[in-house]
Design a protein around this ligand. Structure first.
Ligand code: GDP
Ligand code: IMO
Ligand code: MG
Length: 421
């Protein structure tokens, strides 16, 4: 029986998952998103076109492969409809290709309002969420109050909705939060009808039956390990398990059915929203990374905070996920750098450690190893042999430190700007 390969982010999201899923899709029969929701923005570029996917898996552009929105995902019917209609306009009709899990939870209009209300209540301690209702929807799931895609087929759909809305309204009243969702609600009811034209499936059977039939499955994660609700920089995290275990729960795959675990990282670090970031750069170098790397959120347009690669954090992420192959993105952004720095340990309250600490909020000072920059254009390279020696030394060092091979190196946003080893 085949196994499921998993692709997931090792940092704070936006590592380039969308691009790599698209590149790898020709090797698979099924691509399945396992968690997150429209807080994700996965960018794909090919043939001069650029697409940003939020709920729809990144395997839809490579020859009609089956794509699944898994049970671990939270789905906003309004945003999903917009996304699907945009794609249909550009000639991609997904109704045959895309299936939705009955177990995926629905983001209701009041979940979005609750997200905003909770953020407002936190004041300066806010998480800096994407405002898409992610936290409140997962909260309802865990507290056993959620609404699922499968409920669309229930005669009690309206009653389930009304009960959820009433609960949310009571909370919003207690928070003294002003809002009006009349228009949004109307749009939502139309959008849930739109969902019904897609295959609504038991995705755990779909995926396991595919494996039994010797089909290959790629599981696509959203966000990144350092935003995981259990292992990220809590409470400045998202509300789902972004780690490999999330692929098991999000798709209904047994742990022993996981095959390769592809861990994606940028050759530097970025973070959107609040929360600690030990290697963050507040100087000209940080601004240069942002400018050359176009580090602005694909969903919210917010500036991404930028900093040096953090091997302490990367090794932690590799451990939690059991990463078997590394994929390095965006080293081309540092083409002109004279020196490239990598954090190899932290000093926590003056004591050096290579273990990612419980709290990285204060007293963490990164200790850096410096590399001579490669100072040439990596974007032109298509084979590993073409890379300059200085760059190869940097890659070798990452492999030695992590003990995991760097198998794919991305040198630009386009599908073709990819070097396989
Ligand atoms: P995701 O959320 O992990 O799919 O990543 P995003 O799409 O949010 O952010 C990655 C950004 O980097 C997108 O704008 C991509 O087009 C771009 N990108 C991906 N790989 C590379 C690369 O190797 N080099 C450069 N310069 N840009 C890249
Ligand atoms: P992709 O899949 C980067 C961040 C938000 C915020 C925190 C919680 O494109 O890598 P949420 O709306 O999830 O409750 O916000 O998580 N965040 C992301 N940052 N990439 C993402 O997704 C993100 N999804 C959420 O900025 O700090
Ligand atoms: Mg993104």
């Amino acid at each position: 029986m085949k196994k499921v390969d998993v692709i997931l982010g090792l940092q704070w999201g936006d590592e380039g998952k969308g691009k790599v899923v698209d590149v790898l899709t020709p090797n698979y029969d099924v691509v399945a998103r396992f968690q997150g929701g429209p807080n994700a923005g996965h960018t794909l570029e090919f043939n001069g076109e650029k697409y940003v996917l939020r709920s729809i898996p990144s395997g839809i552009f490579q020859g009609g492969k089956a794509n699944v929105i898994g049970g671990g995902v939270v789905l906003d019917a309004i945003l999903f409809r917009k996304e699907a209609e945009e794609l249909a306009k550009s000639g991609h009709d997904l109704t045959k290709q895309l299936s939705l899990s009955k177990k995926a939870h629905l983001i209701l209009p009041t979940h979005r309002v609750l997200d905003a209300a909770y953020e407002a209540a936190k004041g300066s301690a806010k998480i800096g969420t994407t405002g898409k209702g992610i936290g409140p929807t997962y909260t309802d799931k865990i507290s056993r109050n959620g609404m699922r895609v499968g409920d669309l087929l229930s005669p009690n759909f309206k009653a389930i909705y009304a009960a959820a809305k009433a609960r949310h309204e009571a909370i919003l009243k207690s928070l003294n939060y002003d809002y009006n969702i009349d228009e949004l609600e109307q749009e939502w009811f139309e959008a849930v009808e739109f969902l019904k034209q897609f295959n609504i499936i038991d995705s755990e059977f779909f995926v396991n039956n595919a494996l039994k039939a010797d089909k290959s499955v790629l599981a696509e994660g959203a966000q990144g390990t350092l935003l995981d609700v259990d292992f990220g920089s809590y409470p400045f995290v998202t509300s789902s398990n972004t780690v490999c275990a999330g692929a098991c729960t999000g798709l209904g795959i047994a742990p022993n059915r996981i095959g390769e675990v592809f861990g994606i990282f940028k050759a530097y670090c970025t973070r959107v929203g609040s929360g600690p970031f030990p290697t963050e750069l507040f100087d000209e170098t940080g601004a240069t990374l942002r400018r050359i790397g176009h580090e602005f959120g694909a969903v919210t347009g917010r500036e991404r905070r930028c900093g040096w690669l953090d091997l302490v954090a990367l090794k932690y992420s590799i451990m939690i996920n059991g990463v078997t192959q590394l994929i390095m993105m965006k080293s081309d952004v540092m083409n002109d750098f004279e020196t490239v720095r990598v954090a190899t340990s932290y000093k926590v309250n003056g004591v050096e450690t290579t273990e990612f600490p419980y709290s990285i909020e204060e007293h963490v000072e990164p200790v850096y190893t410096d590399f001579e920059g490669w100072q040439c254009d990596l974007r032109a390279c298509r084979t590993y042999e073409e890379f300059p020696e200085a760059f190869k030394r940097y890659v070798d060092f990452i492999e030695q430190e992590t003990g995991v091979p760097v198998k794919i190196i991305s040198v630009g946003p386009d599908r073709d700007e990819t070097v396989m080893r």
